[in-house]
Design a protein around this ligand. Structure first.
Ligand SMILES: Nc1ncnc2c1ncn2[C@@H]1O[C@H](COP(=O)(O)OP(=O)(O)OP(=O)(O)O)[C@@H](O)[C@H]1O
Ligand SMILES: [Mg+2]
Length: 661
């Protein structure tokens, strides 16, 4: 970057300054929408119509019924540092509007063709102003009702490098839907319409409360799982809606944070939400949450981020504690047992279990399912033992107690108590060798261990030592902490991560079925499931419907924002009444995989969300089935994200550590 002789220092011309500044404020079409919408809200708009073409890359127009801009002020509004919202630096500390810098319109104008049509409240006629790359081209009186329309075309036409970095129109459109829904959540009293390429994507009627707006954005089905919370302390207040532990998502795309109604991003405060739920939902799951903070203006610095999407909180620790406390009290999160996976499963069987509609008393609402109260009294060790005993009981019941058909009611439809069939194919290199090792060893020893947990060592030891009891002999697995499977191998032992390995299995099995050209087989649901989608999930569904079908999902659009799921991949047992599908759509929405979501991305998301999770109890046949299927995959040593599926300990290593060598 250095030149031989330094150029003389000079002050840049205004056009260059504006273009550089625009680079910070206007990153993509969604930033334009954000700025224009915030201007409209600052002007007191109650009706907003946003129209975009080609994801906003071709054009964006925002129409409002706010107080308008006086004709003679139109050029000024597009100048840098020209604002009607603050008068001095001191005002920044108590700013109550979204805007305060007087930079947005100038920045947008510098990198686009911009037209403003506006009529102020007390003027007879309106005015119109057109700029190209920040230069005024045309200015004339024009008729209009009170309010303002700003139209931005050819964004970044004069900054080709930036234009090249734009995503596909579909990805940019998703980002715009995200901005609009977020802002709309904070302003329920305003009507919002979003029209993309002539199609109405959103039409949110004005409502009088956050829950009503949230219902329109999230869909009524999700709302059944939400409860209100609120708390104030030391002049700070938090209020909002959050999902009970029985409704979680695979990522944080349905968490919103607002400080004094300004949508913000904050890793620290997202952590506060996570902490509130830490003991009641499994790792990797996230609640749906709308968190509104009310903080005295003097305690917030809103001027720390070019897009105003972050703020600095002087009392961040207190705010953190307030969020954790507010959520825990409001949702009654302290009362549920640790790792309450039963909630997710329970949802399929008994919809709305433990859920009270928002209209009810929010504090009474978060009651955990009755059986979980005991979870408080169990320490971790007891819980583990209880878990093992349960798994063993289940196992014994199934093989000795006149249990039903093998695999009935298990996670894996094909689970068998015997040795894993079909795992002996000789061409699967290390994989098949692993199976042979796991199968061929450990039998007698493990039989003793199984019995130890439930019936005491004596008789069981004899039974298994005799080596004659086939069912007990085929129980060479322990589940540890409801997360890992421990198995003896010929050369030592392996610890298998149940989630990572199941993820690998689902991924590879589906990939194999796709490669064979057939697609993944579908199991028809006895009762089709009706799912309400959020606007960005609808968008995501449109981009990946074909991939989902090849993966074995049978989904029909069902009017408005909903779909009807009639079939799911036959390899799945655990799709948590549709949460799996919503999780995949969230991933597609968040990663923005373009007009046609990549099959691999959808596949990876399917495998990740469809896989059993840490915290789920597995029976011995289920563990057996999982291990067999893992070793039948081509890459058994890591999950599709590259995390290990298993860790091996050699006998040699154990001997060394016990001083035998
Ligand atoms: N839709 C609108 N209705 C009424 N006035 C508007 C509208 N859009 C812009 N203005 C006027 O133009 C001025 C400049 O807008 P601009 O967005 O550039 O700056 P700002 O909103 O004051 O600050 P910021 O750069 O932080 O957004 C505003 O202060 C406001 O007076
Ligand atoms: Mg503004």
């Amino acid at each position: 970057m250095s030149t031989a002789r330094p150029s003389p220092i000079r002050v840049l011309d205004n056009a260059t300054i504006d273009r550089i500044a625009a680079g910070e404020v206007i990153e993509r079409p969604a930033s334009v929408v954000k700025e224009l919408v915030e201007n409209a809200l600052d002007a007191g708009a109650r009706n907003l119509r946003i129209q975009i073409r080609e994801g906003g890359l071709a054009s964006i127009s925002v129409e409002d019924d706010g107080h308008g801009i006086p004709q003679h002020d139109l050029p000024l509004a597009c100048e840098r540092h020209a604002t009607s919202k603050i008068g001095s630096a001191a005002d920044i500390t108590r700013v109550g509007t979204y805007g305060f810098r007087g930079e947005a319109l100038a920045s947008i104008a510098a990198v686009s063709r911009l037209a403003i049509l506006s009529r102020a409240e007390d003027e007879e006629v309106g005015g119109q102003l057109a700029l190209v790359g920040g230069e005024i081209e045309r200015r004339e009186p024009a008729p209009r009702n009170r309010g303002t329309t700003v139209t931005v075309s050819d964004l970044f036409f004069n900054t080709p490098a930036r234009r090249k970095y734009m995503g596909t129109p579909a990805a940019e459109q998703r980002a715009i839907v995200g901005i609009v829904t977020t802002t709309a959540l904070a302003c329920p009293e305003t009507r919002w319409r979003l029209i993309a390429d002539g199609v109405t994507l959103l039409d949110l009627a004005p409502v009088d409360s956050l829950p009503s707006r949230a219902r329109d954005v999230l869909g009524p089905a999700v709302m059944e799982h939400m409860a209100r919370f609120e708390k104030d302390e030391g002049g700070l207040a938090v209020a909002g809606l959050a999902s009970r532990p029985t409704w979680t998502r695979g990522n944080r795309s349905q968490q919103w944070l607002f400080v004094n109604r300004r949508p913000i991003r904050s890793a620290a405060l997202a952590q506060a939400i996570a902490q509130a739920y830490r003991d009641v939902i499994p790792a990797g799951r996230h609640p749906v949450a709308l968190v509104f903070l009310q903080i005295p203006a003097g305690e917030v610095d809103v001027n720390v981020h070019p897009a105003k999407s972050e703020v600095r909180l002087l009392l961040e620790r207190s705010v953190f504690a307030l969020i954790v406390g507010g959520l825990r009290d409001g949702l009654n999160l302290r009362r549920a047992g640790p790792f309450e996976m039963a909630g997710v499963a329970g949802e399929a069987g008994e919809p709305g279990a433990g859920a009270t509609p928002l209209a009810g008393d929010p504090l009474a609402a978060g009651r955990g399912p009755a059986g979980h109260v005991g979870g408080d009294r169990l320490d971790r060790r007891d819980e583990l033992l209880a878990g093992l005993a349960e798994a063993e009981h289940d196992y014994l019941q199934r093989h000795f107690g006149g249990g039903g058909a093998t695999g009935e009611g298990t996670l894996f439809p094909g689970a068998r108590a015997g040795t894993g069939g079909g795992a002996g194919g000789g061409d699967r290199a290390g994989g098949s060798r692993g199976v042979a090792e796991v199968e061929g060893t450990a039998l007698g020893v493990q039989g003793r261990q199984v019995a130890t947990g439930s019936a005491g060592p004596g008789p069981a030891l004899e039974t298994s030592a005799a080596g004659e009891e086939p069912a007990l002999r085929s129980a060479p697995f322990w589940q540890l902490h409801r997360t890992y499977i421990c198995a003896q191998t010929r050369g030592g032992l392996v610890l298998i991560d149940q989630h990572n390995s199941h993820e690998r299995i689902l991924y590879n099995e589906a990939q194999r079925a796709l490669a064979a050209g057939a697609g993944v087989p579908t199991q028809q649901l006895l009762f089709p499931v009706h799912l309400e989608l959020s606007p960005d999930q609808v968008q995501a569904f449109q981009t990946c419907a074909a991939q989902l079908e090849r993966l074995g999902f049978l989904i029909q659009p069902f009017g408005g924002q909903s779909v009807l799921v009639q079939g799911i991949p036959s390899s799945l047992k655990n799709w948590a009444a549709g949460q799996l599908l919503l999780d995949i759509l969230d991933d597609v929405a968040e990663t923005g995989v373009g007009r046609n979501a990549g099959q691999d991305a959808v596949l990876a998301s399917f495998a990740c969300h469809g896989a059993i999770r840490a915290g789920e109890i597995l029976t011995v046949p289920e563990m057996q089935n999982l291990v067999d299927r893992l070793f039948a995959t081509d890459l058994p040593l890591s999950c599709p994200h590259g995390r290990p599926t298993l860790i091996q300990f050699s006998l040699e290593e154990l001997e060394k550590r016990f001083g035998r060598r």
